[in-house]
Design a protein around this ligand. Structure first.
Ligand code: ZN
Length: 188
């Protein structure tokens, strides 16, 4: 089922989500929520979606990034489901600077600078511990999703003077400034 996505201003987006008990994770209700998150993310062409965005205050998020010819630097991310994720910043360098957007903040973008080398420890949807490491722009996408579990939106992290509507971004910010990864040497 495609679920309605809450928009900025809804108080549920500002709450800290609670951890999911492994027994609860096995229930059909939570499994259905995960399937709905994946479906709702794809239907809305999002790179990720967190449970609080559909009004469920649990620590679950999903992400998937397919090859995007407009943003080849972004890379790809196969379907991921994170339950009770914990992010570890592996290094303050490199950094990714990206005009982020959010399905809960439609039409708006803002420039956020984040560490670009992280590790995420979590459970998959079957409750098995998993560890992911991300280096590059995808690391920003992942941190954006995980922020939702703590009631944080990208507008909180964006430099306020960079907040811009999508049409204006396309008209006034050159594409090479919309996504910048610093500190990763190109492969030889
Ligand atoms: Zn978001």
């Amino acid at each position: 089922m495609i679920r309605p996505i809450l928009k900025m201003g809804h108080p549920a987006l500002r709450q800290v989500a609670r951890a999911v008990d492994p027994k609860e994770l096995a229930t059909s209700e939570v499994q259905l929520l995960i399937s709905d998150l994946l479906l709702t993310m794809r239907e809305n062409h999002g790179a990720g979606l967190a449970a609080p965005q559909v009004g469920e205050g649990v620590r679950i998020c999903v992400a998937e990034v397919k090859e995007n010819p407009r943003y080849p630097e972004l890379g790809t991310l196969p379907e991921r489901v994170w339950v009770n994720p914990v992010v570890h910043i592996l290094s303050p360098e490199p950094t990714v600077t990206m005009y982020e957007g959010c399905l809960s903040v439609p039409g708006l973008r803002g420039r956020v600078i984040r560490p670009a080398h992280i590790r995420v420890d979590s459970l998959d949807r079957s409750g098995t511990p998993q560890r992911d490491e991300f280096l590059g722009a995808i690391a920003a996408v992942v941190q954006h999703e995980l922020d939702h579990l703590d009631g944080i939106l990208f507008v909180d992290r964006a430099e306020s003077a960079t907040l811009t509507f999508l049409d204006e971004l396309m008209d006034h910010v050159p594409s090479e400034q919309r996504l910048i990864v610093r500190g990763i040497s190109p492969p030889h």
